[in-house]
Design a protein around this ligand. Structure first.
Ligand code: 13P
Length: 343
């Protein structure tokens, strides 16, 4: 089958369009249940849909949100007026996307390390998701830092799976978000984060080429180079931005249209400040964007708390975070903007 490379490239460019980024709203039911219960909301298909519908229907969300990653449950649901979610998003100018991995499972022979599964039957699932309206997909590999970790075994197994997934996506006319996440959990230094991220991205791009993935038709979703959460010596915003950009310049080919960072457990403000500093460093070969889950949703989820009467505050909180990150794409995120709640 010949690739429709032009369509893939067009979609990839739209995903990382200026001033915009991606909302990752693709939590599995288990993860979403944890997030809802943390704010006192019982998790059901209805509550999961209601919260997400509030995000998707936020006035002018499309100004800063180019696309939304959905979970299998949500791509089959409809808004309150009966419009299928993917159709609704597309009508608002937000590209529907879908998470297609089936989760990170223990990797045989590598203690405390994981490999992401989901390749079996993926061709057929992608065809169905395309039919349902998805134009991009996501697959997340997870790499942990610790004693003797990450192992080459773990890095190569995850890189291989990411590349096999990416090739199948492109065959289906779907842009793959390639997400190898080096976790920030732990007391490791920023040096360790840099080394693990370098080894991971080297392996990922090697495998992408091996599997004949067209780099012009992917979006890379990496972690930033950060000090471990429990490290006593926390790198500042400028150091994070400089080291992240320097590394990416060394390992990410210029053919890739865009890099959309994950937030990975950073605070909302840090995620915006780091993105801002990265963009302020000047022209890069690729767009430097965001594909945040927690850093876009934590504030609105807290504002909502399951109460319909909080709908306006929920949407205002989401609009605010989307705007902060949208402005960070131009290097225009400031303390004043952070303090000014969206009108
Ligand atoms: P976070 O921004 O919360 O890390 O989520 C992004 C994501 O999609 C992880 O797979």
């Amino acid at each position: 089958m010949t690739l429709d490379l032009q369509t893939l490239e067009d979609t990839a460019h739209e995903m990382v369009a200026e001033g915009k980024g991606i909302l990752a709203a693709d939590e599995s039911n288990a993860t979403m249940t944890k997030r809802l219960e943390a704010v006192g909301v019982e998790s059901s298909d209805e509550t999961r849909l209601r919260f997400r519908e509030l995000l998707f229907t936020t006035p002018e969300a499309e100004e800063h949100i180019s696309g939304v990653i959905l979970y299998d449950e949500t791509i089959r649901q409809a808004t309150s007026d009966g419009t299928p979610i993917p159709e609704f998003l597309a009508s608002r100018g937000m590209i529907p996307g879908i998470k297609v991995d089936t989760g990170a499972k223990p990797l045989a022979g590598a203690e405390d390390e994981k490999v992401t599964e989901g390749l079996d039957g993926l061709r057929e699932r992608l065809a169905e998701y395309h039919e349902l309206g998805a134009r991009f997909a996501k697959w997340r590999g997870v790499i942990a830092i610790g004693e003797d970790r990450p192992s080459r075994t773990c890095i190569s197994a995850n890189a291989h799976a990411l590349a096999r997934y990416a090739a199948l996506c492109q065959e289906a006319g779907i842009v793959p978000i390639v997400e190898p996440e080096v976790l920030m959990d732990g007391d490791h230094s920023i040096d360790s984060s840099e080394a693990a991220t370098r080894a991971t991205l080297h392996a990922v791009f090697g495998e992408l080429l091996e599997q004949r993935v067209a780099l012009e038709g992917i979006v890379l979703k990496p972690n930033m180079v950060l000090s471990g959460t429990d490290c006593s010596d926390q790198a500042g915003v400028d150091e994070v931005a400089e080291r992240t950009l320097a590394l990416l310049r060394q390992v990410v080919p210029a053919a890739v249209p865009g890099i959309a960072f994950l937030s990975g457990g950073q605070s909302d403000e840090r995620a915006s400040a780091h993105l801002n500093a990265l963009n302020a460093l000047g022209p890069a070969p690729w767009e430097l964007s965001f594909s945040y889950g927690r850093a876009l949703q934590a504030a609105p989820l807290g504002a909502w708390g399951g109460e319909e009467s909080n709908a306006d505050q929920t949407q205002a909180a989401f609009a605010h975070r989307a705007r902060c990150n949208g402005e960070a794409r131009f290097g225009r995120y400031t303390d004043e903007l952070e303090q000014a709640l969206a009108a």
